[in-house]
Design a protein around this ligand. Structure first.
Ligand code: BGC
Length: 382
């Protein structure tokens, strides 16, 4: 039965992908090579996509991770704007989710417990008493199946995997596919797709750490951020939402107008002390149509002129200001990643939604599928 379930899930996933899957083809600018081996000998693939402007992205089937992303500054100079490693092994041992797809439930679940259909589930607790980003062996640590795709808008890679019933404590088998497409105008499109055999919870996100000056180049405190959100969800000292939805007005959490990240980050505010800086979910302004894409955030680096717009159909945005980076992790090109040397803008559902009935639902019913889309669009500010 289980096996049949898996086959059906995979088949449904393939059919509903909605994109022409193509075998690798010499016209596509996707180069597949070996990224390296894990400690247990498993081989890990790397996909390099270069668009017609010369910008490029590297992806790996380990964790469906974005390894590098090279985009131009105002003079046309390409720099890698995401943190990561030059080889696969440290992603399993030293990585605070650099570039990874996080799930089954991105962000925190209070004490790893929730009820579904009257039954209580206990998830792995890997962040003190809480569950974070899918547990000990989350989606970020799995070897996914990778397949090159060509969408007409650009080349990409579709990663898929099946999470078994009971993995990290989650109920029900789940099929997941994440498709990245890198367009000629430097937009990275991410399509998430998931289908369940039995009722479960799902919250998928991308955990890239961005520094628009270039990875390892100073802190992000001078970056300017705008978030299209009038409310945020405050947290307790373990970073679990209290359940309140509070206005950002007259608080350090007001990014409705573009503001340097460093301007208020040291303000005396209980929420900033709980997060050690910004580590919160913003309630995004939504279009009146459910599932429609909206501009969630705009990040700019005045030094390089690089600008990144974040568009999504998701209700929340976790802005994490890299507060736990402390120079102890050495990444690509031997660079030690400094305190607040990068930030994450994670489009997702609100944290702990399974325990907060008034938050948008994250339940995925058996036989149903979930799709969502996020775009990180790169350009140069005027
Ligand atoms: C969380 C942080 C956490 C980081 C790395 C972010 O999504 O909000 O609290 O430290 O991921 O694990």
């Amino acid at each position: 039965m289980k096996r049949i379930g898996t086959l059906i899930l995979v088949a449904v996933g393939m059919l509903s992908a909605g994109w022409a899957l193509a075998e690798q083809d010499s016209r596509m600018k996707v180069v597949v090579d070996e990224f390296g081996k894990l400690a247990d000998g498993r081989k890990v693939d790397r996909y390099t996509i270069k668009n017609s402007s010369g910008a490029s992205i590297q992806l790996t089937n380990l964790g469906a991770i974005i390894v590098s992303l090279k985009v131009p500054d105002r003079t046309g100079k390409l720099d890698d704007v995401v943190l990561g490693f030059d080889e696969p092994a440290p992603y399993l041992t030293d990585s605070p989710y650099f570039g990874a797809v996080v799930g089954r439930y991105a962000n925190r679940i209070d004490e790893g417990r929730f009820s579904l259909n009257g039954r209580e589930y206990a998830l792995a607790t890997n962040n003190d008493q809480n569950h974070l980003h899918g547990g000990n062996l989350g989606f970020d640590k799995l070897l996914w199946q990778g397949q090159v795709v060509d969408t007409g808008r650009g080349a990409g890679v579709r990663f898929s995997t099946v999470s078994a019933d009971g993995d990290e404590g989650y109920p029900g088998e789940l099929f997941v596919a994440v498709t990245y497409v890198f367009t000629d105008d430097n937009a990275l499109e991410i399509n998430y797709q998931s289908s369940a055999v039995d009722d479960t919870v799902v919250n998928l996100s991308q955990h890239s750490y961005f520094n628009l000056a270039g990875q390892g180049d100073g802190s992000i405190l001078d970056h300017t951020l705008q978030i299209n959100a009038d409310f945020y969800t405050p947290v307790d000292r373990t970073l679990i939402p209290t359940g309140e939805i509070l206005s950002v007005k007259k608080t350090p959490f007001d990014f409705t107008q573009p503001k340097p990240i460093g301007r208020d980050i040291k303000a005396k505010h209980e929420q900033l002390s709980f997060g050690g800086g910004y580590d919160h979910n913003w309630v995004l302004r939504r279009s009146e149509f459910e599932g429609q894409m909206h501009l969630a955030a705009v990040l700019t680096d005045p030094g390089s002129g690089r600008k990144m717009e974040v568009l999504t159909d998701q209700p929340g945005l976790q802005f994490y200001s890299g507060n736990f980076l402390d120079g102890s992790v050495t990444g690509k090109e031997g660079v030690a990643y400094a305190y607040r040397g990068a930030l994450a803008l994670e489009t997702q559902h609100y944290p702990d939604s399974p325990n907060q009935p008034h938050f948008p639902r994250t339940t995925l019913r058996g036989g149903e599928s979930f799709t969502s889309k996020t775009i990180y669009r790169f350009s140069v500010a005027n």
